[in-house]
Each structure stands twice: as C-alpha cells, then as structure tokens.
Design a protein around this ligand. Structure first.
Ligand SMILES: Cc1ncc(COP(=O)(O)O)c(C=O)c1O
Length: 481
C-alpha cells in the first residue's frame, strides 16, 4: 500500500478521514469485505486505498459513529437542518429528494434542463412533470436562467403542484434568481429543490454565487466529486425541514443507497468539507484570480466569445466557470476536444460551438495556462470561416407530454422505424451527451422537431445516449394497449 498522507492535517476535523487514516496505518488482516483483503498481489494497485465504511473507516457496528458525526459537520457548514454524504453521486441525491418531496401522482414544476437522474427519480416516484424552459442566450445558443415568471405561470396553470425543481447552475455556469424562485414556491406553500451538482463550491467566497440553501431553497444536492478534491461518486445532499420531513428524507436517502458504502469515497468528501471550511475562501480566491487570468488570455483570441461577457447583465454567472463559444473562429468544439485529448487534457464538455472545461481549486496558474495554450493551438489549427450559432436541441426542446414518465416506463413497448415513430409516445430517454439533458423523455410525443434536433446533434459529432438504438434508425415507443 502507498503511504497515507494528510498534508493539511484535516483529520482533526474530519472523522471519516481520521478513521480512514487509522485503518491504513493499522496492521489488519481483515475477515470482512472487500474480498481484496487490502492486498495488491492479485489485481494490483487498482484496489489500493479501497476501505469500506463499515469494518474499515468505522467498525461494522459503527462504534465511533464517524458517519453521523461527519454528516452533522456537513449540515452545519451548509446551514442545513439535514445533510448526508452520499457515495452514489448526485444521481442518488436527486432520487432522494424526489422521494422526499413528492408522492405518486403529484404534479411538480421542473426545469427542462434537468439531468436524466432527476427525470428517472421522477419515474421512481411516479410524479407528473410540468416543464418550464430556460431562456437561451442568442449569441452563444446557451441556456441562461429559468425566468421566475415562467414558473409563476406554470403554478397558476397547475395550482396543485407539490414542488419546484431547478438545476442551478446550468452546465455552462449560469444561474436563475434562486431567491426569487424560493419566494414564489413558498408563496404557494411548496418547497424549492435545487440540483446544484456543478456548484459544490458555491457559498464559500464573496465573488462566487451563494449556494442554493443560502438563497432560500429547501433542499439541494451537489456532486463533491465534480468540482472539489473528492473521489468520483461522492455527493452531498442537504435539506431544511420546514417544508420537508426529516424522517422521510432519511428513509428516502436509504431507498437507493448501497448498503456497502465506500469509506474511501465518503472520507474524501469529509476531507473536502473540512478543507472548504478551513481554507475555502483562500483557495477559491486563488481560483478566481487564475480563471480571470485565463479569461483575459482567451479574450485575445479572434472570434472566441465567453458566455459571461455577452450574457444579459441581469443573469447570474459563476465567476470560475468558462463557457467558451468558438463558432466565430470557424473551429469546432469537437475538433478542439480531440486536440486537447491528444495533448493529455480531456475536457468536460464540447459540442459543435462550445467548449466547457472544469476548473477547480486543484488547478494552478501552470495548468490553466496549459489549457489556454492548448485551446489557442487547437483553434489556430482549425480556424476557418465563422459560422452562425445553432442552439442545441438540448436547450430548446419543446416537450409534448402525453402520459407520465412512470406510466411510459412500465408500459408495453415496441421498436419502430423512425418515420413511423414520429407522432408516437416515447418509452425511452434520448439525450445528446454531453450534456445528457433529455430531448425525449418517457411519455412524450416523438416530434419531427425532436428527431431533427437529435440528428443535427449527431451530424455535428455529438453522441446521442440512453436510446436503445443510438443510430436513431428506430425508437422504442409505448405500444397501444
Ligand atoms: C445537473 C446534473 N445533475 C446530476 C448529475 C448526476 O451526477 P453524478 O454523476 O454525481 O451522479 C449530473 C451529472 O453530470 C448533472 O449534470
């Protein structure tokens, strides 16, 4: 095993990290899971550092109560009444929050920029989504915010709705006015639930947006792994218990949680929490500076546009996110991605017109300069005539709901050729990836517009995922009777 280190001495304030380090330092011959027995001689380093929560970081009978203590510290830091570290990603968090806020048959107001995990949480519970669409920035074709008036109109048309679900920030770092949305939801006596998967560092620096709970939301989930120095799959789920029931939240969390949580994943989330608490503002201040530096350099590239520079001034933008539009350079985002991957710099999102890297407190001036150098070289290599922006169907889809996602999911289905499928009801999720936002959800009419939009995404080089037939020659539809 490699040496276990704690360079910032976080263990004093991080019970799961402390348990993990203790386990690593101890001379153990385990007779519990996992079957690799902490030995590397059969499959090698791929299992190095994998410590279970029960029987590793804590005892099987949870004598130290380390997880409960870590959750308590977590909730306190985010100002929540209830908080849990999850090892199942924001996917698990979204499922938890739908199970906690809704009952089968409830109508809920939901942004159409939702992630498939939230949609499938709605399948689990059997809620009926009432969709609200985001505004789209005309220069870049990217989503900006869900105007409060759209939610107000949806609530007026569906007064029995039981919750509002938003995704904030969007994949490209723009935000709605969460405080105003919270007021509207609360005026209707219902909770505002926010999928904040991309904003784990929100609320820890004055130049960076508040997190959703600070802005008045009743619950939020965030992926620690997406932007904090934490293991893949780690997520944080929070709620206030004025409009959501604590016992229901607890039960909901357990429904789709594994019974064998990785202590390593959980300990890394605990360590990231302790780090944010102790040094978050300083580390984020540094990130603000280096992203500003990157922005200054990128602005000098002819034809390149940064979403934050052109978006309507009233839209809230995450200061440490770069959403780069390259249509004016003639190069494509997908060719830039290929270049970056070949240069050892995989990036989070690229489509025809857009490139979005993830920048985190683990970046430094050198890594960020390397990113800008790579993008600059890729653009100069692909530079040609500038093209008009084509907003992705992911942001502009106009869904036609016929039956609930759950009814469609469980209905008998058939596989039919695309031309015959148009006009029929989809049995499956179909989404360009990235960003993984459904263009077709189970229960929605397959429109010509949706099919054309999906084909366009494919023609531009974006993968279409989750459909049984990713070539889109056939679709799975709900069969009659
Ligand atoms: C908005 C949003 N919510 C939830 C998720 C799911 O997160 P995870 O991969 O942590 O399960 C994603 C994943 O990309 C996402 O973009």
């Amino acid at each position: 095993m490699t040496d276990a280190r704690d360079p910032k001495n976080l263990r004093q304030d991080a019970p799961l990290l402390d348990g993990w380090l203790d386990f690593r330092a101890a001379d153990v011959t385990p007779f519990g899971t996992p079957g690799h027995k902490q030995r590397l001689d059969l499959v090698g380093a791929v299992v190095d550092g994998d410590v279970p929560l029960y029987g590793g970081v804590d005892t099987i009978r949870q004598r130290a109560g380390a997880m409960a203590e870590a959750d308590r510290k977590l909730a306190k830091l985010w100002g929540a009444d209830w908080g849990r570290i999850s090892v199942g990603g924001s996917t698990h968090g979204n499922q938890t929050l739908v199970l906690a806020a809704c009952r089968p048959g409830d109508e809920v107001i939901v942004t159409r920029t939702l992630h498939r995990s939230l949609l499938l949480g709605m399948v689990l519970v059997g809620v009926k989504p009432v969709w609200v669409s985001p505004e789209v920035d005309p220069t870049t074709g990217l989503p900006t915010r869900v105007p409060v008036e759209r939610v107000e109109r949806a609530l007026a048309a569906h007064p029995a709705a039981k919750a509002v679900f938003l995704v904030e920030p969007t994949y490209v770092g723009t935000l709605s006015d969460i405080a105003a949305h919270a007021q509207v939801a609360h005026a209707h006596g219902i909770p505002l639930v926010v999928d904040q998967a991309w904003g784990a560092y929100f609320g820890f620096h004055p130049e960076i947006p508040q997190h959703a709970l600070q802005a008045g939301a009743d619950a939020m989930v965030t992926s620690a792994h997406k932007t904090l120095p934490a293991y893949t799959q780690s997520a944080l789920v929070f709620a206030r218990t004025e409009r959501l029931d604590r016992d229901r939240l607890e039960r909901a969390f357990e429904v789709t949680a594994t019974t064998s949580p990785s202590g390593t994943i959980a300990a890394s989330a605990d360590a990231a929490r302790a780090l944010l608490e102790q040094e978050g503002e300083r580390l984020l201040g540094n990130l603000v500076q280096i992203v500003d530096h990157a922005r200054d350099r990128l602005r000098k590239i002819p034809g390149l546009v940064l979403l934050g520079d052109v978006v309507d001034r009233s839209v809230i933008v995450d200061r440490v996110k770069l959403a780069i539009n390259v249509s004016g350079t003639g190069a494509t985002g997908l060719a830039i991605e290929d270049h970056m991957v070949a240069a050892g710099m995989p990036i989070e999102l690229a489509d025809r017109d857009t490139v979005v890297p993830i920048l985190s407190i683990n970046d430094d001036l050198a890594s960020i300069d390397r990113f800008v150098d790579g993008v600059t070289a890729a653009i100069e290599r692909g530079r040609s005539t500038s093209r008009a922006v084509l907003p992705s169907i992911s942001w502009t889809v106009n869904p036609q709901v016929v039956i609930s996602p759950r009814e469609a999911f469980f209905a008998p289905h058939a596989t039919v050729p695309v031309e015959k499928a148009i006009g029929m009801v989809s049995a499956e999720v179909v989404a360009p990836y990235p960003p993984g936002i459904p263009v077709l959800a189970p229960g929605e009419r397959i429109t010509r517009e949706a099919v054309e939009g999906l084909r366009q995404a494919m023609a531009d080089g974006t993968q279409v995922r989750y459909a049984a037939d990713r070539s889109l020659a056939t679709f799975q539809v709900v069969s009659e009777g």
